[in-house]
Design a protein. Sequence first.
Length: 746
Amino acid sequence: MYQIKINGIVQGVGFRPFIYKLATEQKLTGFVLNSTSGVLIEAEGNKNSLDKFIYRIKNELPPAAKINEFQFEEFPDKRYDTFEIRMSSRSKGSTLISPDLAVCDDCINEFNDHDDLRFQYAFINCTNCGPRYSIIEDTPYDRPVTSMKSFVMCDYCEGEYKDPLNRRFHAQPVACPQCGPQLQFLDKDLSPILGNPIENTIRDLKDGKIIGIKGIGGFHIACDATNYNAVELLRQRKNRPHKPFAVMCNEANISDIVIINYEHLKLLKSPAAPIVILPKRSNSEGLNREIKIAENVAPQNPNIGIFLPYAPHHYQFVTEELPFVIMTSGNNSNEPIARTENELQELCDCFLTHNRPILNRSDDSIILPAKEQNILIRRSRGFVPSPIKLPSQTVPTLGCGAELKLTFSLSRKNDLFISPYIGNSGSKETMDFYLETYEKYLKWFKLKPELIACDLQPDFATTRFAENTKLPLVKVQHHHAHISAIMAEHKLDEKVIGISYDGTGYGTDAAIWGGEIFIADHTNFERLFHLNYMPLPGGDAAITHPIRIAYAYSIAAGANTELVNGISELERNVIQKQLQNSFNVFQTSSMGRLFDCISAMLGLFPTITFEAQSAMALEFLCGNVSVSDSEPYSFEISEDIIDIRPIIIEVSKDIQKGVDHKVISQKFHKTIIDFTLASVQKTSVVSGLNKVVLSGGVMQNRILLNGLIETLTRNNFTVYTPRNLSPNDGSISVGQVMIANRIIGS
Ligand code: ZN
Ligand code: ZN
Ligand code: FE
């Protein structure tokens, strides 16, 4: 008899019917059982069949299942007569919760089949697909502890639910039009509107209205992406003048608007169904029809975020008559994604909603494909709450995160549970969402942190939260956390050269860091090089007014300030005085600010309306090229400082000479790659280290990321980049957990 213990994503994904089917096919007897510590199997039969059984478990897994641990032992036979699926036992342990999964092809086929009971039923699902994380109340995952508990299964559904060979065996959200949730259409005042909710939705979207649409992990706000006025109205209401919106469309229509390859399509069609950022198609040559996305969907941006329908009702309104629909996160600015209509009444004309509560919210995940890798810009729906494996054991630790793109992370041994994307911690609503999710994670994963880590920055809400817990506290330098997180992702546990190019992070000297080259491991870091300190007048106020950065940096560099355009006389005077008196001037080595400076010098965005807008514009200006042949600007590296002032002076001269701004941007990118290589080489000489870890928000710049990977690799460095974790502050909590553990946990 083989006793097999399996851990991973093995519940709610059709795992037990899969085991049952294999066991019967291999003519084995015994049982399979779900427990809180994973799946337990006992199987008897001839040795050959047993080995084949094990081989097939590992090689024929259901699409959404994932095995993290697989153990088996041999015992004397117990002489089972049959193979059966036994009911859940509620013992202590560690089973994982599956992320929400996009509706599968089998279900969509039934959904489109006139003769099927669930024809056009908006809540069709099976063990391979459907909501999981968003509907769960407690573990182990079972219908009475989900938001489906109030829907009593009809005989038909129950029959499928109880049939081990059915695709819906123990699919907890199983439902049909007779017994399950229903769509409903509401007007602005939340009064129900008669008629077919989907027809109403399509009609109103086509009329240019803004509709709140209840989905899996929260609400979207939708409008017709081909209707300029509707998009403009949405921008006004959301107070979001420029930030790109994501567009949902069907597979058949994707290539009408973006350039896509097979790998991108695979990403879009994966069970996480993320938003994938793809290059816009520049012309409509070869298309059968003239449908254009409105210019203001992603203004002044060569890319657009695309995703496929992932809930069944998405397929009902994203249709040939309405092929491109903006589906942006349903939230008020600085608040988390909404789960009820009344939170969005100010923003929406009407609502497509339903009566299955959203218990746990998660925003759509976002992936940015970059040459040979993908950058996970936002790890949320479809990924949470699957853990990542840490390189070593930990004591239960909470990493609180930073401030922007907030997540927290909780560790249990070498599993790390990262929260969904919470948002920016500025508002009470966001911190409420943070705390609510934190409490749930503790309950589900049976965790009790013994150690807590937060950012060095004293003013963050997360820092105050950490200080109030009275647990042993480690304050972690922001960029050390950036590097440690990506080391953890690659299971690196040694000293490496860490490059953190970032916007803002509190330094050990109270300056604002962000252009840092470290030697680091999970315990310590040594700051080998950094960009020289430049003056940031007014701190955060300058960040939204890059032109002020351009002006202050030009003064500090001794460049011609007359060339800085788009800044008022008043602003000039104020900044001059601030610099003279060092009043409210922060010192910063931030790479993000250097991008802001150069971008504003080129007149791109004197002020910005969303984070990194000016830095992105500078990247886009480069075009889709390698900058390896560009001529770099001058820079100086002395002691521990990379002096960027010569760059600013030479950019200023190029502007005066009338050099094409595209060329200036290319030269600028090439300069960063060159001085990074030079600093890394110097670091390698003194340390003998060869592994280089890249992290920080600026690594979302693909010209820079690709250029650094290429150049460093060509110079015989081994480069590690963020893949399953984000380069931005979404991963800070991961590094915090690692570092805190090494410092006082073990
Ligand atoms: Zn399905
Ligand atoms: Zn039913
Ligand atoms: Fe950061």
